[in-house]
Design a protein around this ligand. Structure first.
Ligand SMILES: Nc1ncnc2c1ncn2[C@@H]1O[C@H](COP(=O)(O)OP(=O)(O)O)[C@@H](O)[C@H]1O
Ligand SMILES: [Mg+2]
Length: 359
């Protein structure tokens, strides 16, 4: 199996925050190298080497299944998307880009591509199986997280976004459904379907309504600061159990209006520092939003709410997670919701071969 050799550039274990900065520079070089030297996907015959076990998730574009390799007994989560669906929704660029990005990523708090495949009808993204389930599931179960747990997750999401931005990318789909918890209790951001390189601004309206930044809704162009807005929404939701602009009914227009005015009520249960950080991030005025000022992400990292966060120890995953999912082994999928099986219909001849030549 030609697996993603994602540890190709040696990174000495960082000991100081200066080391962390050097790591970031190395990771950017490594990413660029891989991103610009794409490799073709494996032949679909290789799928015969796997057992298909269950469905882990169902998203807008496809299905994610749990598979196990017959000989190595390793588990993978494989995201399967129909080429026809991609073509019909004009997402060919996004899909090929998702593969290029996923295979180039290498960071403790993001998933990566082990290998990809394509057959007559589908494309397959095979990632390591992150078996602790979605943050979404745990948040619904717990109603809300204690501030300590919120902060532990927020700090990792912060580092993941900072890494993605440092690569010159924008993520655009931050939400608890896309944050997986691993067996130890650390997070991994998944779903790079909307992630793309960004020079200055972009215009496409995409993401999830509750998490959309006002400048995304207003359609006048937006940049990486939109991810920091979503980060503010995430911290709010983790710490309170609800989204700051939620209207409690399905009328999305009202939700979007509220976001554009920036009108929300701070939860009284939040501590002083948490309130301060959230109000600095949920700023509709971009010249005042944390993450978008002259010090960039540093303003968030050095905010008093994170005063007791040891960033180096966190990067090295040497902090004891406050919550550890209950699991019986690497193939335990009990933390995932149940889904009805989705049968794949593979055509006899290859469809959209030209469109997916680069996949
Ligand atoms: N590496 C993974 N390990 C375990 N589950 C995963 C993994 N990647 C995705 N999933 C599950 O599949 C769901 C859908 O995957 P995602 O990449 O978010 O697709 P979509 O673009 O359709 O939202 C996720 O919310 C999660 O539950
Ligand atoms: Mg998703």
């Amino acid at each position: 199996m030609t697996e993603n050799n994602s540890k190709s550039i040696t990174i000495i274990k960082p000991k100081t925050s200066d080391d962390l900065k050097k790591v970031m520079t190395n990771l950017k070089t490594e990413f660029d190298l891989k991103y610009n030297n794409d490799e073709p996907s494996l032949s679909s015959d290789r799928l015969n080497e796997f057992q298909f076990l269950t469905i882990l998730g169902q998203g807008a574009f496809g299905v994610v299944k749990l598979i196990k390799h017959n000989t190595t007994e390793k588990f993978y989560a494989v995201k399967i998307i129909s080429k026809e669906r991609i073509v019909k929704s004009k997402q060919i660029f996004h899909c090929i880009n998702e593969k290029k990005i996923l295979r180039s990523l290498n960071y403790p708090f993001v998933v990566y591509l082990e290998f990809s495949l394509k057959d007559n009808s589908y494309v397959y993204f095979c990632m390591p199986f992150v078996n602790g389930g979605e943050m979404f599931t745990h948040l619904r179960k717990a109603k809300k997280f204690e501030e300590e747990l919120s902060k532990f997750y927020a700090a990792q999401v912060f580092m993941a976004l900072d890494y993605i931005h440092n690569l010159g990318m924008i993520y655009r789909d931050l939400k608890p459904e896309n944050i997986m918890i691993d067996y130890r209790g650390f997070i991994k951001v998944t779903d790079f379907g909307f992630c793309k390189p960004i020079k200055d601004r972009t215009y496409t309206l995409c993401g999830t309504p509750e998490y959309l930044a006002p400048e995304v809704i207003k359609n006048k162009g937006y940049g990486q600061s939109a991810d920091w807005w979503s980060f503010g929404i995430l911290i709010f939701e983790m710490s309170s159990g609800y989204s700051p602009f939620a209207v409690g009914h399905p009328d999305q227009m009202q939700l979007l209006e509220r976001i554009c005015i920036g009108k929300y009520r701070m939860s009284t249960s939040f501590g002083k520092e948490l309130k301060s950080l959230i109000s600095n991030i949920l700023q509709i005025d971009l010249t005042r939003r944390f993450g978008n000022l002259k010090n960039g992400s540093e303003d968030i990292k050095t905010h008093p709410w994170f005063n007791d966060t040891d960033w180096v120890a966190l990067y090295n995953q040497e902090i004891k997670p406050p919550f550890i999912p209950k699991l019986t082994g690497p193939g335990d999928y009990s933390q995932f919701d149940e889904y009805e099986d989705v049968k794949l219909k593979i055509a006899h001849t290859c469809v959209f071969e030209k469109e997916f030549a680069d996949f």
